[in-house]
Design a protein around this ligand. Structure first.
Ligand code: MN
Length: 267
């Protein structure tokens, strides 16, 4: 018996349990209620509030499409012909919810000297599936929100130059500010309409959702070929051109028609 076994046994004895009894207790507990196992600690589930409802939307995965507006693809140095779309993920807990009519304090992240905004329409999935067909794709969308795909551009570029993963440039704490979700039943789908971002009142990004290279429906089709989609998945649908840097003190205001403005202050 090694030290660790001794330690476990001593603790079991201290608790008034033989080793066998302790094992039975723990396996019995998980067998009785496998959906709610006893865990060492709780990991919080991430939610996005739904406008005018108490019920919230639980987030499973955050998918983001890259270079989905032609002019943005060009400014990133790539050819915006219809090469197959590509996706990356952010960790679920990168969500920073910002309520309408408030200014979210957004921390300037570590490790970067070139911190960029990317305003994006976000689609929220409530019906999963794989190999979803184009004609059904939008039926999988429960609703939409306005979001920011915040990016440590210097790190993203450096990693790209070295043919390494983008992750450190895209997938970090607080990198996904988002407003409340609005159901399709109330606001419909977003196939066109103004998408805009200003910094300290100066318009920086301004385009139309119809300029997307791959529509939200096409993104769902393509994503579901790579991964089975599940309820709770959300998709950041890409940013238009004129991304740029912010510094501490800057206020970013995002706008898409029919959605409340999303506003953050870099702190
Ligand atoms: Mn983006």
């Amino acid at each position: 018996m090694d030290n660790q076994d001794n330690f476990s046994r001593r603790n079991a004895i201290k608790l008034g349990l033989g080793t066998a009894a302790a094992t039975m207790v723990s396996s019995g507990a998980s067998a009785a209620n496998p959906a709610d196992p006893k865990t060492m600690f709780k990991v919080p589930q991430v939610f996005i509030p739904i406008a005018d409802q108490k019920e919230q939307f639980p987030v499973r995965r955050i998918y983001c499409i890259g270079r989905n507006y032609a002019a943005h693809a060009r400014e990133m140095g790539s050819d915006p012909t219809r090469e197959p779309p590509f996706f990356f993920q952010k960790p679920t807990d990168a969500i920073q919810y910002v309520a309408p009519n408030t200014i979210g304090d957004h921390p300037y992240p570590t490790l970067t000297n070139n911190y960029h905004y990317e305003v994006e329409l976000v689609a929220a999935i409530h019906i999963g599936g794989r190999d979803i067909k184009m004609e059904n794709a939008l039926n999988h969308v429960w609703g939409y929100a306005l979001g920011l795909d915040m990016t440590r551009r210097d790190l993203q570029r450096a990693m790209g130059d070295q043919k390494k993963p983008w992750e450190i440039g895209k997938s970090f704490d607080h990198s996904a500010p988002i407003g409340p979700l609005f159901p399709v039943s109330k606001i419909g789908h977003f196939k066109e309409g103004n998408i805009q971002l200003s910094v300290n009142g100066v318009v920086k990004q301004k385009s139309d959702l119809k300029q997307m290279i791959w529509s939200v429906a096409e993104q769902i089709v393509k994503l579901s070929e790579a991964n089975e989609l599940f309820p709770g998945d959300i998709i950041y649908s890409g940013t238009p051109e004129n991304v740029g840097p912010v510094v501490r003190g800057d206020v970013i205001r995002c706008q898409i028609q029919k959605l409340p403005d999303l506003v953050i202050k870099i702190v």
